[in-house]
Design a binder for this molecule. Structure first.
Ligand code: ZN
Length: 276
């Protein structure tokens, strides 16, 4: 197996005994001095940031605009989870190249991200769905998680998983007309994903293949998600937990501090309901 030296595990996937790579682990190279300018930003603590671990669910359009900045800023560890494969229609907006076609997205993104590192970041990728990773018993302990997937079942599962572990998780998504998007920060307490999107909790539908998508709204939401990571880890201020941006008209933009919803379909499992 060509990439055998990098794998953590493999799973036979067909009766022909072909082996599919299910994980990858790489380490970035520290480049002393590369962090000089950002260390001067008030509230940014390089030492804390470079000791922090992030788990990112989804290596598509949103993850492609979240992961590279985290590495340029020198995050300590980044684990990426995605069971999808790179398709030619992804190349207009996702951090993949022609040579990556048909590779698993989590594996290919980790490989492409190594060059983005300025620190000895531990990069890990799992070519599995979030559910499969949980069932496999992989340790997803981290300081903050990110969810940039295109379906509600994975958002709901990750909301539950990280709330139960008291780990903040940042959700982000964009509209199919590529005009607007949101970032929602689910903290250790307070509003959860189900409080903000109660209708999504039992919505098992997946987006239609071929949904329109363009890069600039993904960059916009990626930037807000990356800032949100800083605000969870460091003393960079954030007065909102829900932010919405419209490219076409600023009057619709919003930044709010949402609170827990009575009757939230996810929240009744949480002990901290009243604290929210
Ligand atoms: Zn809730």
């Amino acid at each position: 197996m060509e990439r055998g030296s990098k794998t953590l595990g493999t799973t036979p996937t067909s009766s022909r005994n072909s082996i599919k790579q299910t994980s990858i682990r790489l380490r970035g190279k520290a480049i002393p001095g590369a962090e000089d300018r950002q260390k001067k930003i008030v509230g940014f603590d390089q030492e804390v940031f470079s000791k922090s671990k992030v788990v990112m669910i989804g290596a598509g359009g949103l993850g492609s605009h979240i992961a590279p900045p985290l590495l340029r800023k020198g995050i300590g560890a980044l684990t990426i989870i995605d069971n999808d494969e790179v398709d030619v229609t992804n190349l207009n907006r996702q951090r993949f190249y022609e040579a990556d076609l048909e590779k698993n997205k989590a594996i290919a993104l980790v490989e492409n991200l190594k060059r983005e590192c300025i620190f000895a970041t531990q990069l890990t990728g799992y070519a599995l769905s979030f559910d499969e990773v949980i069932r496999t018993g992989v340790d997803l302990d981290c300081d903050v998680a990110l969810c940039g997937v295109d379906n509600n079942p994975a958002r709901v599962a990750s909301s539950r998983y990280f709330r139960q572990r008291q780990i903040p998780i940042i959700f982000t998504a964009v509209s199919a007309d590529a005009d607007h998007g949101y970032v929602f920060v689910q903290e250790k307490k307070g509003a959860c994903f189900g409080c903000v999107f109660p209708e999504a909790v039992n919505n098992l539908t997946f987006p239609c293949p071929g949904t329109p998508a363009m890069i600039e709204i993904l960059q916009t939401m990626g930037a807000l998600a990356v800032y949100s990571v800083d605000s969870c880890l460091l003393k960079r201020p954030r007065s909102w937990n829900y932010r919405e941006i419209y490219l076409s008209d600023g009057q619709w933009d919003s930044g709010k501090q949402l609170t827990a919803r009575q009757g939230c379909p996810l929240h009744h499992l949480q002990q901290d309901y009243l604290a929210g």
